[in-house]
Design a binder for this molecule. Structure first.
Ligand SMILES: Nc1ncnc2c1ncn2[C@@H]1O[C@H](COP(=O)(O)OP(=O)(O)OP(=O)(O)O)[C@@H](O)[C@H]1O
Length: 245
């Protein structure tokens, strides 16, 4: 059996305390094999972002374990998790988190610079990916000068430029019109085709339909898991919409 790239077991995450205590994740387990493409879907507030943050080591569970590329990460401190994250993960945040004081290309180069890649190569690789996403013209602009959709593509460029083992993306097409969403999907398909593992959170069933596996959450739990890769005909948008039913 291939070793899992990501394995989360029995995750619990509670926010607040006392009367305000809220269980955002309850006994959630998920395994992602190398090359898997998993879509996490479900209604607002069901725990999708919380799960993605735990998978990427951005947050720690109250209970349960997270293993990334053979390393247990849930019991490491922030700097230990950051080190592994830098090496293995690309993350697209729901609220993007672009560095406002850096140019677009400065933002995209960042993961490469942190890995010690030289300036020249970092710039070349960053421009290539910005071009692939149709935002190379904005390379020298500040993020605030871009539309929400353009910023979203820049955040995706930053997350994949260093070719991480796994891309974790929180609503990567949320602010995009359908033509731009298609550009993003094409990039994800190409990356997946070259072996990139992807875990993405989406409300959009058309985006979810591109994945190999769709995981549906409700009230902090996984309530449905479907394998689309092994079905002869990938379900259509109309079929997938029944996932919520
Ligand atoms: N830092 C926090 N403190 C308190 N409650 C939180 C915190 N983060 C999330 N929550 C709550 O936990 C629940 C799960 O949140 P989460 O963001 O994981 O859901 P989601 O499915 O990603 O939602 P959406 O689709 O709206 O982004 C929500 O009820 C949310 O209000």
């Amino acid at each position: 059996m291939t070793e899992a790239l990501l394995r989360a077991t029995s995750l619990e995450r509670t926010y607040g305390g006392g009367a305000r205590e809220f269980a955002a994740l309850r006994d959630v387990s998920l395994t992602v094999a190398p090359g898997d493409w998993v879509a996490i879907t479900g209604p607002s507030g069901c725990g999708k972002s919380t799960l993605l943050h735990l998978l990427g080591g951005l947050d720690r569970p109250d209970r349960g374990e997270v293993w990334l590329a053979g390393h247990r990460i849930d019991n490491r401190d922030e700097s230990g998790r950051a080190l592994l994250r830098r090496r293995h993960v690309g993350f697209v945040f729901q609220f993007l988190n672009l560095v406002p004081t850096m140019t677009v290309i400065g933002n995209v180069e960042l993961p490469l610079v942190l890995q010690g890649v030289g300036r020249r190569e970092a710039r070349g690789r960053s421009l290539e990916i910005l071009d692939e996403l149709g935002v190379a013209d904005a390379a020298d602009a500040a993020p605030a000068e871009l539309s929400g959709g353009q910023q979203q593509r820049v955040a995706l460029a930053r997350a994949v430029v260093h070719r991480p083992d796994v891309l974790l993306a929180d609503e990567p097409t949320g602010a995009l019109d359908s033509a731009s969403a298609e550009v993003v999907l094409d990039l994800l398909r190409r990356r997946h085709g070259s072996g990139q593992s992807i875990v993405l959170v989406t409300h959009d069933h058309r985006i979810a339909a591109a994945a190999d596996r769709v995981v549906t959450m409700l009230d902090g739990q996984i309530v449905d898991e479907r394998d689309l890769a092994s079905t002869a005909a990938r379900p259509t948008y109309a079929n997938l919409i029944n996932l919520d039913g």
